[in-house]
Write a protein that binds this ligand. Structure first.
Ligand code: URA
Length: 190
């Protein structure tokens, strides 16, 4: 089966999912979108208000910043695959609970199996701890390479919402570090 067909099946399952209470409050499910043949996947925490309205990942303010970060190294957002750890919006954008993450995890794992990326970039600590299995502060682990499941590189970066709350571009600031990190990601894209 082609990647597109497999992903369509996964998306259908996601749309039908009622495995945790988040489905009760969602407007739209946000499965993910982008290039299924990309060597790089970006994984956020969960849909926010705008994503819930549109059914697309990273389309609000944080998403616009993510697009800018990608464009700084000549990557278009449609050239990579973008998704989240949970596919339904947690109320008031709270952090998803361990139960919600666990319920949703088969979908993310299935998406990764279809895309089979060289590198996964978790955005923020919720996504990073999904892959690394521990709650390390993002400040400690961003910009470092870890290996997951014997081959995929995990390269955590700051979540763009965190950058919106910390707008300084001074040397060593989260924004400055992010603009350095994305250059390293670029190397795995070619
Ligand atoms: N924040 C996330 O973690 N994911 C989105 O899709 C949007 C905002």
């Amino acid at each position: 089966m082609k990647k597109e067909e497999l992903m369509a099946i996964i998306e259908q399952r996601i749309r039908e999912c009622q495995a945790c209470p988040l489905w009760l409050q969602r407007t739209n499910v946000v499965p993910g979108e982008g290039n299924l043949h990309s060597p790089i996947m970006f994984v956020g925490e969960g849909p926010g208000e705008e994503e819930d309205k549109q059914g697309r990942p990273f389309v609000g303010k944080a998403g616009q910043l993510l697009t800018k970060i990608l464009e700084s190294v000549n990557i278009k957002r449609e050239d990579v695959y973008i998704t989240n750890v949970v596919k339904c919006r947690p109320p008031n954008n709270r952090v998803p609970t361990p139960l919600e993450i666990q319920s949703c995890s088969p979908f993310l794992i299935a998406q990764i199996e279809v895309i089979n990326p060289r590198m996964i970039v978790p955005l923020g600590s919720t996504a990073a701890s999904f892959f690394l299995g521990k709650d390390e502060p993002i400040t400690k682990i961003r910009g470092k390479e870890f290996v997951w499941k014997g081959g995929i590189i995990i390269f955590p970066m700051f979540h763009p919402s965190y950058l919106l709350r910390n707008p300084s571009k001074e040397k060593g600031s989260p924004k400055d570090l992010t603009w350095q990190d994305i250059k390293k990601v670029r190397k795995y894209y070619d």
